[in-house]
Design a protein around this ligand. Structure first.
Ligand code: FAD
Length: 501
């Protein structure tokens, strides 16, 4: 690394996603006189807007792509540097950017997010979806496609399969049920009919205003337009943009070439064995295709259940890996099993004065019994905010305790147009046999599952407009013994809120 530092900042944050931007905002608000720099590979930053605390731990917000100048205007001591960091030297407390500049820091926070865990790297017919650019590439390819294969069972695959129309989708999941990152087989069953019905007309406007970048005229600044449910114009290209977030598909048309609305075929309990070009397939005589799968497809995929499908392209939605690569060489970071930078309860990595937050890190403090890390939008915000507070407190020599938001896992999202609230050990994670489940389900309307351990509520899945989130959150937090109430807890004729008032 070149030696001369162009400038040394008191606080240096890497990454303009939700974690990095929230960290910058928190630091700048807490110590307005400190010089703060944000280095980001993307041309824009992500901003949290319309933040709403729904209950003690549940939160909802929108996310907007913004020009970084907005942030600099708000915080005069902030400098935003648009370049990717290519190396880090923790001994000399400096980073080098792709354009050859070196910046020093007193304290650094790495918020570089994750990158898609692709089935295979650089395959022309295998696509990952992560940022605006990859979503647009997907949309472009889909507009010419008759059949795609989606591999993966997390949130992205769930949303994608539900949103695509005019194109046959073969969905390969490694589990016995869909969506098992988020819910059990019962909830999965609740959702299946949604995949079997045609897509409703998109006449209801998106509740979130989305902001999207337009290519500037030469010499002009980027302009931003608010748009609802319309096609996203091209955004300036970046190799390492921020992860997309909730409702990422709302602003883009996900339509193939066929007249059909939605046609999804599920292949359960299988993974990808091999991806073939048509030529390779020709030279593999043992491959047998069903009549309807024959044809001249640009790519063929063989699953471990023995079936081979031809398709226009494959979407690899098999999760993300922490984006640590540029920071590891020459340093001594402790890494977690999932490849994330290990952080303690002060968001500090194993290297002095280096913190990390968001998808890039793995929370390695002793977790509360009701919390687990999931690489989600809300946790990126909470970690960025808490990392900012820790950095400021350490500089001011003030003690800081792990924030309350890490007490209880909570997440609100939407799957297949249903509101979904997940609380605590919503899937009985790590509870072993000592758990009791209560389930209430009204087909097409709601699915409510409560997990009890030793008579106390430790988790819940609420699908639909159940209005139970606040009451259940309280019951989980106060760990009241619910044994006397038994199944009455889910009796639809009892107003549970009044019951526990
Ligand atoms: P990111 O948002 O990925 O930001 C990383 C930043 O680091 C970027 O600005 C990037 O440019 C920058 N960067 C990377 N490398 C470098 C480098 N070397 N030098 C400098 N800068 C660098 N979560 C939900 O809660 N709900 C959802 O519905 C949801 N849907 C999703 C849909 C999709 C398609 C995807 C991909 C993710 C979704 N997520 C969702 C997950 C959520 O988006 C992430 O958990 C969250 O964005 C992580 O934020 P982050 O700030 O840690 O990282």
């Amino acid at each position: 690394m070149a030696e001369t530092k162009e400038r040394t900042f008191r606080f240096l944050i890497l990454g303009g996603g939700i974690a990095g931007v929230t960290c910058v905002e928190q630091l700048s608000a807490q110590i307005p006189s400190a010089d703060v720099a944000l280095i980001t590979a993307g041309s824009h930053i992500k901003a949290v807007t319309n933040y709403k605390q729904v209950s003690k731990t549940l939160e909802e917000f929108d996310v907007e792509e913004r020009p970084s100048s907005d942030l600099e205007e708000k915080f005069p001591n902030l400098v935003v540097i648009h370049s990717a960091v290519k190396s880090l030297n923790t001994k000399s407390h400096s980073v080098e950017t792709a354009d050859g500049r070196v910046f020093g820091y007193e304290r650094l926070c790495i918020c570089s997010g994750g990158r898609p865990k692709l089935l295979t790297q650089d395959h022309p017919y295998v696509l990952g979806i992560r940022d605006t650019d990859s979503a647009q590439e997907f949309q472009k390819r889909l507009s010419k496609a008759k059949r795609i294969v989606v591999v993966g069972n997390g949130g992205i695959a769930l949303e994608l399969v539900f949103e695509v129309e005019g194109c046959e989708v073969i969905w390969a999941v490694k589990d016995k049920a869909i969506g098992n990152t988020f819910f059990d087989a019962g909830a999965a069953q609740f959702f299946i009919p949604s995949l079997e019905t045609d897509k409703p007309d998109r006449s209801v406007p998106c509740k979130r205003t989305r902001y999207t970048t337009e290519e500037p005229a030469p010499g002009a600044a980027h302009t931003f337009t608010a748009e609802r449910n319309s096609r996203r114009p091209g955004s300036s290209s970046t190799k390492q943009g921020s992860a997309l977030g909730p409702d990422w598909h709302e602003g883009i048309v996900l339509k193939g070439t066929e007249q059909l609305s939605r046609r999804v075929s599920l292949e359960y309990q299988c993974e990808v064995e091999r991806i073939f070009t048509p030529e390779e397939l020709l030279h593999s005589p043992q491959q047998e295709l069903n009549d309807e799968q024959e044809g001249s497809w640009p790519v063929y995929i063989k699953l471990t259940n023995g079936k081979t499908f031809g398709c226009d392209f494959v979407v690899s939605a098999t999760g993300v890996v922490p984006n640590t690569e540029p920071f590891l060489h020459g340093n001594n970071f402790a890494l977690a099993d999932d490849g994330g930078l290990r952080v303690d309860d002060q968001m500090m990595t194993s290297e002095p004065d280096v913190y990390a937050a968001g998808d890039v890190c793995t929370a390695c403090w002793e977790h509360s019994l009701l919390w687990q890390q999931m690489r989600l939008w809300t946790q990126a915000r909470q970690m960025g905010w808490y990392a900012g507070r820790c950095m400021a407190s350490h500089v001011l020599s003030e003690p800081i305790e792990l924030d309350f938001c890490f007490e209880l896992f909570s997440h609100i999202t939407k799957f297949f147009n249903y509101k979904v609230v997940l609380l605590g050990k919503f899937n009985g994670q790590g509870l072993g046999p000592d758990q009791e489940l209560l389930v209430r389900c009204t087909k097409g309307l709601e699915y409510v599952k409560v997990i009890l351990s030793g008579g106390r509520m430790v988790g819940a899945v609420l699908i639909g407009e159940t209005d139970l989130e606040e009451t259940f959150e309280n019951l989980i937090l106060n760990q009241m013994d619910l044994t006397p109430y038994g199944e009455e807890l889910l009796n639809p004729n009892i107003d549970i809120e009044d019951y526990f008032d």
